[in-house]
Design a protein around this ligand. Structure first.
Ligand code: AMP
Length: 411
């Protein structure tokens, strides 16, 4: 299939050609026709599949087809809700690319930055508004924007949105936009909560699912190591094996900071992303990684999800994700666009259960690397019940009868 077959406007085709897309990706091929037919859509796809264009292009097409020629101020006709500022910026950049040969205006609004410039932009009039939920509702309450002309509502990265606690905001946004709008919901995964939300807000949706299975070109390596020696193993791997642009995942902000400090001390060029950093700091970190000023980026899952970081040489799971699907999102960042990537997983005894669940999900064992200086293979007990918190044998502050009996007073 070609983009011509999707019967898109020539000014959209021109922009696509200029940016170098030869043919639609799988999700674009499947989703674009449904959107043009005014259907509600559930798109199950992670970033890197071309999902942004799969909703952006038909949105532009629909706006162009029915552009109000009058001199009235532009009205918001498409509203795209996304959970993070980075995602909002990324979607805005995509729109800027695709609307190049049209007079459609789009803006992104999000928290963590001043409201006034965003209000000024809104005053000029836009057809496409990309927003994080909190800032959108803030500006709506202040009557700085009107949503009564919204024809299409996109909920992007819906699972992440729910993970971040935006469910009530999302429902409110659905309520304050016109009833007969078209809704497009995109999510990397389809847990029950998303199904429930979809049933509640979508009308006879078409479901398009893009395979979540691990792409074949990613080499996956598993290292069993004690918790104490993880840092040393990471340094060993960076010295001897992992080269190029590297994304390292840690589960907590504290972990990110600690690893960043250690790697810097050892002379590596490192930057990091996590939720406690300001928007400017995060954007600068991302830019320095994208421009190759530094070759190592350390991040938490939430801070990095959905961000378009292409062509990575390696992903390192310094900590194992407790949600197995997260493993697929993480490693999917290497090996894109025909490039082979390697995913390294450093697994301490308390994380063995996570690895088991990941292997079950990807339906294959991850190759274990035994040839390293810090190996600590998991014991059977780690595999059986690794993640239940250890139950205290005795109630706090109480001694067992046996211990009382044995007790010899020192005085
Ligand atoms: P996304 O999944 O929307 O984050 O897109 C991932 C990357 O794929 C972005 O860098 C897009 O510019 C690129 N992309 C989107 N559609 C196509 C296409 N049809 N052909 C080639 N690249 C594409």
């Amino acid at each position: 299939m070609t983009f011509n077959d999707l019967s898109l406007h020539k000014n959209i085709l021109r922009a696509i050609e200029e940016v170098g897309y030869n043919q639609p990706t799988e999700i674009q091929e499947k989703v674009i026709p449904f959107i043009l037919q005014e259907k509600d859509v559930i798109g199950v796809a992670q970033t890197g599949t071309g999902k942004t264009a799969s909703f952006a292009l038909p949105i532009i097409q629909k706006i162009l087809k029915n552009q109000h020629a009058s001199k009235r101020k532009k009205q918001i006709r498409a509203l795209i809700i996304t959970p993070t500022r980075e995602l909002a910026e990324q979607i805005q950049q995509a729109f800027i690319t695709y609307v190049k040969y049209t007079n459609i205006r789009s803006i992104a609004i999000y928290g963590g930055t001043a409201m006034e410039p965003q209000i000024d932009q809104l005053k000029k009039g836009v057809e496409v508004l990309i927003a994080t939920p909190g800032r959108l509702l803030d500006l709506y309450k202040r009557e700085e924007l009107r949503l009564d002309n919204v024809e299409i509502l996109v909920l992007d990265e819906a699972d992440l949105m729910l993970d971040m606690g935006f469910i009530d905001d999302v429902k409110k946004i659905v309520k304050i936009t016109p009833e007969n709008k078209q809704i497009l919901l995109f999510s990397a995964t389809m847990p029950k909560r998303i199904m429930t939300l979809s049933n509640e807000i979508l009308h006879e949706p078409e479901k398009v699912e893009i395979s979540q299975k691990t792409p074949k070109i990613i080499e996956q390596k598993l290292y069993y190591v004690s918790k104490r020696k993880k840092m040393e193993l990471a340094l060993h791997l960076l010295r001897n094996e992992i080269k190029g642009s590297i994304l390292i995942f840690r589960r907590t902000k504290f972990g990110v900071d600690k690893l960043e400090a250690t790697l810097k001390k050892n002379g590596y060029k490192v930057t990091s992303l996590h939720g406690d950093k300001s928007q400017t700091v995060r954007q600068n970190a991302l830019n320095s990684f994208k421009n190759n000023d530094v070759n190592i980026l350390i991040a938490t899952d939430v801070a990095s999800r959905g961000i378009d970081i292409n062509g990575l040489d390696a992903v390192v799971n310094f900590d194992q994700p407790n949600i197995p699907e997260t493993y697929i999102h993480r490693i999917g960042r290497t090996g894109r666009a025909g490039k082979t990537g390697v995913a390294y997983s450093l697994c301490s005894p308390d994380e063995v259960a996570y690895i088991k669940r990941i292997q079950k999900l990807i339906e294959q064992p991850i190759q274990e690397i035994k040839d390293h200086p810090y190996i600590q293979r998991p014991k059977n007990k780690d595999i059986e019940r690794p993640q239940e918190p250890k139950k205290k044998k005795y109630k706090k502050g109480r001694k067992s009868a046996a211990s009382k009996k044995k007790k010899k007073r020192w005085y």
